[in-house]
Design a protein around this ligand. Sequence first.
Ligand code: NG1
Length: 544
Amino acid sequence: QALLDAINAGIAPYPIPDGRKYGYGTAGFRMKAIDSNLGLNHVVYTVGLLAAIRAKKRNATIGIMITASHNPAEDNGVKLVDPMGDMLEQSWEGYATVLANTSNEEMAQAYEHLVNETLVDEIRQLQDRPANIVFGRDTRTSGPSLIKALKAALDAVGATYHDYGYLTTPQLHYMVRCVNTQNTPYAFGEATEDGYYKKMANAFKTIMYGRKIHGSVTADCANGVGGPKLQELIKYLPTAAEGGIDIKVINDDVLKPEALNFDCGADYVKTKQKAPPSSKAGPNERCCSLDGDADRVVYYFTDSNGVFRLLDGDRIATLGAVFLAEMAEKAGLSDKLKIGLVQTAYANGASTEYVEKVLKLPVVVTPTGVKHLHHAAARFDIGVYFEANGHGTILFSDNATKTIRETQPKNPGQKHALDSLSASIDLINQTVGDAISDMLFAEVVLAHKAWTMENWLNTYIDLPNRLVRVEVHDRSIFKTEDAERKLVSPKGAQEEITRLVSNYTKGRSFARASGTEDAVRVYAEAYSKHEAEALAKHVADVVK
Ligand code: NG1
């Protein structure tokens, strides 16, 4: 009873506003945070309760990240991280939603009910288990008050915790995995920021051996937490003169809250298809943009004719796949390592064709949301997954890691390939998409191949495409199948879309409800820009 009283007392300052409904979306709970009437504090408190139960269930440390990623500065959100640094298991999203939608009066009861439901068979042992939680946050001004609500929940249930303060989302995922694998054969690294930077910098030096990165890279950090963290990492990396890298950091102002994701960052560049106005980069200069919590990155440059050229998540995926397939071949491991790509329906059709026909690697398509891509990628020995918006990473199976690390090289070329593959395992943050790690990886691959941005761009030609956001009365009626590529509801809509698509050369289009915004997204691609735009408009009219 003391525990239940503590839960009630702790949540008292955070009532659920009348009529509010919450859902654990594509990336946890997200909403406007400045308006306390919307109840994000209430939601965060319940996430604290759930994390403690999950930690007992898994007998492991669970992570919580307070961020709203690429969303505007006044938003915030919260997501849970499972023991291996991956996203919360999907079956638990329902529990998270139930708790979030519970009123204060019923909270203690709901907690007890959930304990009975999830820990029931072994209730005695599991209840007595310790619950340890680690958490971090991005630079939003609403962060501290949400952390206060989170701590109140953890204190109420007697959980132990470590507050990492400011972290990028992928750094928090890294910490969770490090804590849970300490003193095991699968130790991931040291669970400190220093450990994160050292692991990445050492891998970078190994893989760079004898290579040269041409020119500098300008990194736009969306005025988010990635800015100071990237500045920190740079201290661990060799400079260009030392055979390392010259990173010019821009948009790293975290003192002006309203600057976050405003006219800059990966989402701006990807959706507006232009460089941030603050960019001073000249023609053919390599640029990249991170998002507000540094879990996405896209590259771009302005070509000699002044045309803006975007190299998005599809490009980073294909770049990584080209390199790893080549290294696997040089290492004599092509037959032993099954490499595959995972994309969503938003991947440009030209990238899919390039991977299947030119690289001759398999492509799997999953619904939107990293959690879906991640699981599909884990089925390959080397699984490369990226969303077109730049969110992704590369997974190496235990078998791949063991094979790469235990194969004895027979000549210097093979040794170099094995060392590069081995360093890639450490350079890439395998827990989740990590803009900083993905950027360094792209940089070393470009150096290995001695590719300019033009060379990279010319590997295939993107089909012109258009993504539109359509406000609808009720997005919940939009149900899909076939990895979101076909609508099954509302009735008749898919037939109409299929008919429209058939009028366009290389046409492809689909509509789905967003999991993070109250809208339906329509994607269309076709042979020409004009056709892609017309197709998108017509399909948008169908769903309106
Ligand atoms: P929704 O709103 O479900 O489309 C968006 C992105 C996803 C993913 C999540 C989480 C697009 C089309 N969708 O999801 O790829 O990154 O946000 O941040 O970019």
